[in-house]
Design a protein around this ligand. Structure first.
Ligand SMILES: Nc1nc2c(ncn2[C@@H]2O[C@H](COP(=O)(O)OP(=O)(O)OP(=O)(O)O)[C@@H](O)[C@H]2O)c(=O)[nH]1
Ligand SMILES: [Mg+2]
Length: 466
């Protein structure tokens, strides 16, 4: 399958991908169901069980992309091989496994460098791609709006640019006397064409971003606060938005069903109206190019007053999904937005109590059956309404966990170093206040900007420094 003549080498991946401007092709051919072999590597930082779980997830990703996994190969290594990622000997095994299953493509769970990918194409005798390419492929299939398509195309091109393969052919347009030397190679022409397109897309998306910012400023003027639903893909974010607001957003038992943000107004039990936004889901090893390309869509998360972090309580390892989501939140600069963890699908989960115990202040719901939704609305109201206790805390050096907690559940207003630790002034809700009580040196109730004063009593505080 992986022929290596010059013409096909320029486009390193096959695929029939008509719907993306006609120019960008998918990594996985969908004119038939491709047969796929997966390869996972366990490095010393991981365990074989983690590799297995990662390959289970990759199987679901491949299935979503429209192909079938027919075999998997795993290897333990101290470090990736710079030339072939897995060991040379292992490539022989992968090749014979692929031959015996008549596989079309080999998918690696980890990101391959352009050089590794090229070497593996040759050694395996078929296309080698990585998890990143599969995710990009799914995004490309699911992008429908103009903005979504532009974002995905940008990510695809950025992924593809360093992977363009050289061709010895000279370009028709570039060659000739009086131009530059012996003329441009086809590779140079392709590269320049892609670079131009990248710049154009970036400019387009910046435009959209400016527009968004204006909208969100206007929104702020109405004093309605923003709540963003975030979470792992397929956790039930869109289902939650729908059951809280009749939004009518598409929900599907498939990964990355939502790529566009949808915002609806929601009235909380206390009467306050907020904007509730559902947006694109996250996944482990979410390609960096995609996160960057989706910045405009994710701005709403960064600007939110509260994040409702939806977790699928019935997933095999909910905690690892929470970690993955938090890593992306960090990457987009939303790690300081207060977060409310909501365990969803409790109608399917075996032991939600354990999860709830591990995450104090979290809630359990079923967005499908409606269980727990009333409580959730109350909690969202409380978290927003009482986020008006301003406290001074001193966190001893070395308590990074407390600092992270402070950022996650409150709003840090200032920080200073003191001889005993870092001193923070922060706005906290009652719940987080309770948890961080031991570090509090001063506390007062100050209504948040643009908010009616809630509880107006002033509590004075616990003795540590007074
Ligand atoms: N049993 C059960 N299924 C649920 C629940 N909430 C959502 N689902 C199902 O889970 C699947 C995914 O739901 P979505 O709302 O599309 O998930 P999402 O988080 O928006 O997913 P992406 O947009 O793809 O990231 C759908 O098949 C839903 O019907 C729940 O509380 N219980
Ligand atoms: Mg969704």
């Amino acid at each position: 399958m992986g022929s290596s003549d010059d013409t096909s080498a320029v486009e390193s991946h096959r695929g029939a991908f008509g719907d993306f401007g006609g120019e960008e092709r998918a990594f996985i051919d969908r004119t038939f169901r491709e047969r796929i072999v997966l390869v996972g590597v366990t490095l010393p930082s991981g365990s074989p069980e983690e590799t297995d779980a990662a390959l289970d997830e990759l199987t679901a990703l491949v299935d979503t992309a429209g192909a079938d996994v027919v075999a998997r190969v795993v290897q333990r290594r101290d470090a990736p091989d710079p030339a072939t990622f897995i060991g040379k000997g292992k490539t022989t095994e992968v090749r014979s496994e692929s031959d015996s299953h008549d596989a079309d493509t080999v998918v690696f769970d980890d990101e391959l460098s352009p050089a590794q990918q090229a070497n593996l194409d040759k050694l395996l005798g078929r296309t080698a791609i990585d998890r990143t390419a599969v995710i990009l492929d799914i995004f490309a299939q699911n992008a429908h709006s103009q903005e979504g398509k532009a974002q995905v195309e940008l990510a695809l091109l950025q992924y593809r640019l360093p992977r363009l393969k050289g061709s010895k052919r000279f370009s028709q347009q570039g060659g000739g006397i009086g131009t530059r030397g012996p003329g441009e190679t086809q590779l140079e022409v392709d590269r320049r064409r892609i670079e131009r397109r990248i710049h154009k897309l970036q400019a387009q998306l910046r435009n959209v971003q400016g527009h968004r910012r204006t909208q969100s400023k206007q929104r702020r003027r109405t004093a309605n606060r923003g709540v963003s639903i975030v979470g792992y893909t397929n956790a039930g974010k869109s289902t939650l938005l729908n059951s809280l607001t009749d939004a009518g957003v598409l929900t599907e038992n498939r990964l990355f069903a939502t790529l566009e943000a949808a915002t609806r107004q929601l009235q909380l039990p206390g009467g306050e109206k907020v904007f509730l936004t559902d947006t694109v889901g996250f996944v482990k090893k979410l390609p960096h190019q995609l996160v960057q390309a989706f910045r405009t869509t994710l701005d709403v998360v960064v600007d939110a007053d509260l994040l409702v972090h939806v977790v699928d309580a019935s997933a095999a390892d909910p905690q690892s999904q929470i970690d993955a989501v938090r890593a992306v939140l960090h990457e987009i600069g939303a790690e300081t937005v207060p977060e409310l963890i909501v365990f969803n699908k409790i109608d399917l989960a075996d032991a939600p109590e354990t999860l709830l115990r591990h995450h104090e202040g979290s809630q359990a719901v079923s967005a499908l059956t409606g269980e727990g939704l009333e409580d959730l609305l109350n909690t969202i109201g409380d978290r927003l309404a009482v986020m008006n206790a301003v406290v001074d805390v001193i966190v001893p050096f070395g308590r990074g966990d407390v600092i992270a907690e402070l950022h996650r559940s409150g709003q840090v207003l200032s920080e200073t170093a003191t001889p005993t630790g870092m001193q923070y002034r922060a706005r906290l809700d009652q719940f987080s206040l309770g948890r961080l009580r031991e570090f509090v040196i001063e506390e007062s109730i100050v209504p948040a900007e643009g908010q009616a004063p809630g509880r107006s009593h002033v509590t004075s505080v616990d003795g540590a420094a007074t």
